[in-house]
Design a protein around this ligand. Structure first.
Ligand SMILES: Nc1ncnc2c1ncn2[C@@H]1O[C@H](COP(=O)(O)OP(=O)(O)OP(=O)(O)O)[C@@H](O)[C@H]1O
Ligand SMILES: [Mg+2]
Length: 347
């Protein structure tokens, strides 16, 4: 395995605000890293530093061995970025947006045209390719946005909340594209407010809060660390729920036992003790409680997030789109350089 993104002790201050307070992380080539954290945690800031749109205050960040601070052009030549807010030109058609980026990346007119056609097809936008983007639905905009970031065939792709505001079908489609890209060897760093998305796509997850890494691991590791499993039993007859509850209260601290008479369920925490779960089932059977079904529930990533950060994941629809409008970047576009310079002057 080759490490393609290496971030060490990254710090970023915006005036008095410490957005990144010593973030370190690594991403292996051809894998998906999910960067999770509550609003204001520093996800977008991390992505923008890695995409050379912001100069860090301290620490180092390297993409494919190139330092974002000293070799930004090298970094830009291999990355693609789909920002948190759609930033294609509304007045241009889908095809024109893609074509223009191809030209900016140095393609011939013909190459840029072919690349645009290919991407429109891949994202099922061929029929809409000659319409202005302002006539597109939200899902179509996001697809064209992602397509734009792929014009230059980036080997590292940053997706900042790529599916925020998308309907479930569009979200599934975007996941499908992301999986295809990874299957082709692309490395993806994904931020998301949807923990299900991280669970589905990410090989590893880094959780940040207030500019610091507070946990990392695979989704399974994080779930295991957060805690225990729960045995949930569905009893066949509602009049036996009380009896089942008594039995379980004999095996576990009664305050941990939950019942839901309407759903005919009783549940008890068993942590990692599968023998205890088996014992509970035997005890219920011995007490002649008729069992319809039972299962061991693991904590969800939402539970993990809540346990780590003290609050539930947000849906991400509260953003002020004006805040960061137009921050989409791929390849050597001038906007990135300007901002980097402005940012340096400000320090
Ligand atoms: N250009 C800026 N000027 C001043 N402060 C900023 C700027 N950009 C970000 N911040 C601050 O830095 C912190 C981290 O912001 P960032 O956008 O990285 O968070 P995030 O994790 O992406 O949040 P969200 O989930 O809302 O997108 C926040 O406190 C934010 O207000
Ligand atoms: Mg953000």
């Amino acid at each position: 395995m080759t490490t393609i993104i290496e971030v060490e002790d990254l710090r970023k201050d915006f005036g008095p605000t410490r957005a990144l307070d010593g973030v370190s992380l690594e991403v292996e080539q051809g894998t998906v890293l999910g960067l999770l954290g509550p609003n204001g945690a520093g996800k977008t800031t991390t992505v923008r530093v890695l995409a050379t749109l912001l100069a860090p205050t301290g620490g180092t960040a390297r993409v494919a061995g190139f330092d974002v601070r000293t070799q930004p052009d090298k970094v830009r030549s291999i990355i693609g970025l789909t920002g948190q807010y759609a930033a294609v030109d509304e007045k241009l058609t889908g095809h024109e947006n893609l074509w223009m980026v191809g030209r900016l990346l140095g393609m011939s007119k013909r190459q840029a045209h072919e690349r645009a056609e290919h991407l429109l097809e891949r994202f099922r936008l061929s029929d809409a390719g000659d319409r202005q983007v302002r006539t597109y639905s939200g899902g179509m905009r996001r697809r064209v946005d992602l397509a734009v970031s792929l014009v230059g065939r980036p080997s590292v792709l940053f997706l900042d909340e790529p599916t925020t505001g998308l309907d479930p079908v569009s979200r599934l489609e975007l996941w499908e594209v992301a999986r295809e890209l990874v299957a082709d060897g692309t490395t993806v760093l994904l931020t998301t407010q949807y923990l299900e998305e991280a669970d589905e796509l990410a090989d590893r997850i880094v959780v940040i809060d207030r500019g610091k890494v507070i946990a990392e691991g695979t989704a399974d590791e994080l779930k295991d660390r957060t805690g225990g499993r729960t045995l949930e039993v569905v009893v066949a007859r509602r009049d036996q729920v009380g009896r089942a509850q008594e039995v379980l209260c004999g095996l576990a601290p009664p305050e941990g036992v939950r019942t839901d008479p309407a759903a005919r369920t009783v549940a008890m925490p068993v942590d990692h003790d599968t023998a205890l779960a088996a014992e509970a089932i035997s005890a219920l059977t011995a007490a002649e409680v008729e069992i319809e079904d039972f299962h061991l529930n693991r904590p969800s990533l939402d539970d993990v997030f809540l346990a780590l950060t003290g609050h539930a994941a947000e849906t991400g629809e509260h953003h002020d789109p004006g805040e960061e409008h137009g921050r989409r970047f791929h390849g050597p576009l001038p906007g990135g350089a300007d901002e980097l310079l402005t940012d340096r002057k400000a320090r």
